[in-house]
Design a protein around this ligand. Structure first.
Ligand code: ATP
Ligand code: LTN
Length: 343
C-alpha cells in the first residue's frame, strides 16, 4: 500500500473544486465554500477553479476569464490562504486533462449515463449535449485522484460523482497495483442541498436564469432582504420542519440553521407563534450579516487582479509538481514510454 500514501508533509489531503460558471450562490457557500477553511491547518488542501468543467456549457471567453479571477478572490475572501492551501486554476495544470483521457478508457458508458447531473444538464441544454458534459465526472475523478486525495468537501448533488470517482480508483488499483488513494466525501449535515427560493423542490443553482431563485454570495443587503421576503412558502403560518409538506419553509430553516448554527427544534421554538414575515426577515439578516465580511474582503481582493494572477501562477507550480508525480506513475502502469528527458 505504500504507493498510495500521501507524499509531502504526511498530512491527509483535501481537494475540492468550483466552476467559474456564474455568480456563486448561498447554496455554493453553505454546501461547500463555507466548510473549506476549517481544513487548512490539519490537511494539505487543494482548492481549484475548475474552468475545464465550466466549458461543458457555452461560456463567453472574456467573462470566463473574469469569473476565474473573481472566484479566486472569493476563495480568498472566505479565508483560504495561498500560503497554507494551494489555490489554482485547473487548466493551468495539464495533468488534469491528461489523466482524464486515461481514466475515460477505464470508465463505462453505462455508469456515466446514470448520472443525474448529466440528465439534468442535457435537459436544460438540448441544443448542446456535448461529449464533455457526458464525461464530466471522469475529469472530476482525475482532479481528485491526481493529488492522492482523502477527503472531498462537496454539496449533496456531487455525492454521485464522488461515488464514480471511488469506483474508478478502485478499478484502476485492482487492475494494476495500488495507485490512487480512494477518497471519501465530506458533506455537511445542514445545508448540503439548498433549494431554489421560488421553486423549493429544485436545487438552488448559480446558472439559473431567474435571479429570484438564488441569493448570490455577493448580493448587497437590500437585494438579499428582498429575495427572502419574496421566497415561496405555503398557506400555513407555522415555522415547522417538514420537507414534504413545507419545502419552502424547510429550506429557509436550513439556510438559517447553517448561518446561525441553531438546530431545527431551536428554530421552531424561536419562531413559534410569530408568523412568516418575522421569520423571513431573520433569515435575510442572518445571510446578509453573515456574509458582510466576505463581501468586504472580496471587494478589496478583486480590485488587485494582477496580484491574484501572480498568486495563481505560484500555486499552479506547486500543484503541477504533485499532479505530475501521480500522472507519471499512471502512464508507466498503462504502458507508455517515459517522457523524453529533454522535455
Ligand atoms: P451550475 O449551476 O453552474 O451547475 P452549481 O451552482 O451547481 O453550478 P458548482 O460549481 O457545480 O455549482 O458547485 C460547487 C459546489 O457547490 C459543489 O460542491 C456543489 O455540491 C455545491 N453546491 C452547488 N449547489 C448547491 C446547493 N444548492 N446546495 C448546497 N451545495 C451546493
Ligand atoms: N463537479 C463539481 C465541481 C468539481 C469538483 C471537482 C468538486 C470539479 N472537480 C473535484 C470536488 C472535487 C460540481 O459541479 N460542483
Amino acid at each position: 500500500m505504500a504507493e498510495t500514501k500521501n507524499e509531502g508533509n504526511g498530512k491527509p489531503v483535501i481537494f475540492s473544486g468550483i466552476q467559474p460558471s456564474g455568480n456563486l450562490t448561498i447554496g455554493n457557500y453553505i454546501g461547500a465554500l463555507k466548510n473549506f477553511d476549517q481544513f487548512q491547518n490539519d490537511y494539505e488542501c487543494y482548492y481549484c477553479v475548475v474552468d475545464l468543467h465550466s466549458i461543458t456549457v457555452r461560456q463567453d471567453a472574456a467573462r470566463l476569464r473574469k469569473r476565474t479571477v473573481e472566484l479566486t478572490a472569493l476563495y480568498m475572501a472566505v479565508g483560504l490562504d495561498p500560503e497554507r492551501s494551494t489555490l489554482y486554476v485547473q487548466s493551468h495544470v495539464s495533468a488534469h486533462a491528461e489523466l482524464a483521457w486515461i481514466l475515460n478508457c477505464y470508465s463505462y458508458m453505462g455508469e456515466m449515463s446514470r448520472m443525474t447531473q448529466f440528465k439534468d444538464k442535457s435537459r436544460k441544454n438540448e441544443e448542446n449535449i456535448n461529449v464533455g458534459l457526458f464525461t464530466y465526472p471522469v475529469l472530476m475523478a482525475a482532479d481528485i485522484l491526481l493529488y492522492q486525495t482523502n477527503l472531498v468537501p462537496i454539496g449533496e448533488d456531487q455525492r454521485q460523482h464522488l461515488e464514480i470517482c471511488r469506483d474508478i480508483a478502485i478499478r484502476f488499483n485492482n487492475a494494476y497495483s495500488p495507485t490512487f488513494a480512494v477518497p471519501e466525501a465530506y458533506i455537511p449535515k445542514v445545508g448540503a442541498r439548498v433549494m431554489s427560493l421560488q421553486e423549493p423542490t429544485s436545487k438552488m443553482s448559480k446558472s439559473d436564469e431567474n435571479a429570484d431563485n438564488f441569493v448570490a454570495i455577493l448580493d448587497p443587503q437590500d437585494v438579499v432582504m428582498r429575495k427572502f421576503k419574496r421566497a415561496v412558502t405555503d398557506s400555513e403560518t407555522e415555522v415547522r420542519y417538514d420537507v414534504q409538506a413545507k419545502p419552502g419553509i424547510t429550506n429557509l430553516m436550513s439556510i438559517y440553521g447553517a448561518m446561525t448554527g441553531k438546530d431545527m427544534p431551536a428554530i421552531e421554538k424561536e419562531f413559534a407563534g410569530r408568523g412568516y414575515g418575522d421569520f423571513k426577515e431573520a433569515v435575510g439578516v442572518s445571510v446578509a450579516e453573515g456574509l458582510r465580511p466576505v463581501r468586504e474582503k472580496y471587494a478589496a481582493l478583486v480590485a488587485d487582479a494582477p496580484a491574484i494572477e501572480a498568486m495563481l501562477g505560484r500555486c499552479a507550480g506547486r500543484a503541477e509538481q504533485v499532479a505530475r508525480k501521480t500522472l507519471t506513475k499512471v502512464q508507466r502502469k498503462v504502458g507508455f514510454l517515459p517522457r523524453p528527458r529533454s522535455m
